[in-house]
Design a protein around this ligand. Structure first.
Ligand code: C5P
Length: 414
């Protein structure tokens, strides 16, 4: 997969720089040609000699070579690369990249790079959790940089938390998946792909009230739906984002309008009213299947009661309801299956009259509240596209790209 690919490996001054040697070896083993660019601070953690021996190229860290005065062109380097990967990426380098502080060769190269950029952050847990770092990462994400999330575990400070650079094997897997996805045609994105279209997107969980202070809910963060809204808006489409109770911010675009709902019934009512005015809908919400038959008017007391029985009734199936009235609108659903994944997803697509279904795979039993996901997109003709773990924002791009392709195909057929 990486055969012949030109990769700039940016190394910054963090403890995890020792893992960069292994990462470099893995990239070379997979056939990549790698040019290492280090920040001055990185040399305190790993020597350029090790890296130049492994890469077979002199390491670049200054604008000039001291004794010969040779100038290193960050512009040429930026054009040469198929990918720039910064691993480890310290809080300081991320901040410089987010704000354009080009005071070293690595950040200068980043600003000149025409190729996609990936970063693998590495820092102490408090630095990673700091709002400044979160803000910088969000800026980079919006600028199109792919973030390889750090893992949790024991850090160099001996504290335990999130901030540990992803392992080299995982980084290489992510690089391969990312380049594979781009080869699949994402590079051809335009800001008018969806111009003139209006899309309905459901996102997040629903909360079903038991009494004035309690509810039945689930762990859905709404991230997938919000990323899909951002992606459609970036391509010029209007989005009506019908969001259950979530805490994440609405994508910053005048094309995205958000309507907040709480329960499945509220979500159903908004969707049924709005769908007619839309070109399509993406049902990414984790809608509660059942709700308490009655919401108690007062807080339910436990005094004297050993047990409490809640009587639940079925919620409306929003996707299936839209499927019944969709006409030539495009309808996308999601499936999260624990067994017979493919069979169940395909029969769900049929039952709900969807044009396409996105099958989520559980990772260590998880899919909600994680930043990466593995998906398979299945179209009505049962053609399948499988993508391994990658950032949800990148997955949103793939899903929207598939919708555009399918819309074109449908148009040709008619
Ligand atoms: O039937 P199941 O819940 O597995 O189907 C998942 C798909 O159907 C998702 O796209 C989800 O958003 C949608 N759905 C819905 N209304 C429901 C239940 C699921 O729109 N009540």
């Amino acid at each position: 997969m990486l055969k012949g690919k030109h990769i700039i490996l940016g190394i910054t001054g963090g403890i995890a720089a020792y893992k960069s040697a292994m990462l470099l070896r893995l990239l070379i083993k997979r056939g990549a040609e790698v040019q290492v660019v280090m920040t001055p601070a990185a040399k305190e953690f790993i020597t350029p000699v090790t890296l130049s021996a492994l890469s077979g190229k002199p390491v670049i860290s200054q604008f000039f070579t001291a004794n010969s005065g040779e100038w290193h062109s960050h512009v040429d380097l930026g054009l040469w690369a198929d990918l720039m990967l910064v691993a480890p990426a310290t809080a300081s380098t991320l901040a410089k990249m987010a704000t354009g502080v080009a005071d070293n060769m690595l950040v200068t190269t980043y600003l000149s790079a025409k190729a996609p950029v990936m970063v693998a952050p590495s820092m102490d847990l408090d630095m990673f959790a700091h709002p400044t770092t979160a803000r910088n990462l969000e800026t980079l994400r919006r600028d199109g940089v792919e973030i390889i999330e750090p893992g949790s575990g024991e850090l160099a400070s001996h504290l335990i938390g999130k901030g540990r650079m992803a392992e080299p094997e995982e980084i290489v897997e992510r690089v391969e998946a990312f380049l594979e996805a781009r080869n699949a045609g994402i590079a051809g994105k335009s800001d008018s792909d969806m111009k003139g279209q209006r899309w309905l997107i459901t996102a997040g969980p629903t909360f079903e009230n038991i009494d004035p202070v309690r509810f039945i809910g689930n762990y859905s963060s709404g991230k997938t739906g919000f990323d899909l809204a951002a992606e459609i808006a970036e391509r010029g489409g209007e989005v009506l984002l019908v969001a259950g109770p979530v805490t994440i911010p609405t994508p910053e675009s005048p094309l995205v309008k958000r309507i907040n709902v709480r329960s499945a019934v509220e979500m159903y009512e908004v969707c049924l009213k709005e769908f007619e005015m839309c070109d399509g809908a993406i049902m990414s919400a984790a809608v509660a299947d059942y709700r308490p038959e009655k919401c108690a008017e007062r807080k339910i007391k436990r005094e004297g009661e050993e047990e409490l029985t809640l009587h639940l009734v079925r919620n409306p199936d929003i996707a299936a309801s839209l499927g019944r009235i969709k006409g030539d609108r495009f309808l996308v659903g999601f499936a999260l299956e624990s067994d017979h994944e493919l069979e169940n997803a395909c029969s769900k697509m049929e039952r709900k009259n969807l044009d396409c279904i996105v099958m989520n795979s559980l990772r260590d039993g998880k899919c909600f509240n994680v930043d990466t996901n593995s998906i398979t997109i299945i179209n009505r003709d049962l053609a399948r596209k499988k993508y391994s773990a990658m950032d949800k924002r990148e997955l949103a791009r793939l899903i929207v790209e598939n919708i555009i392709d399918e819309q074109k195909r449908k148009k040709k057929e008619n």
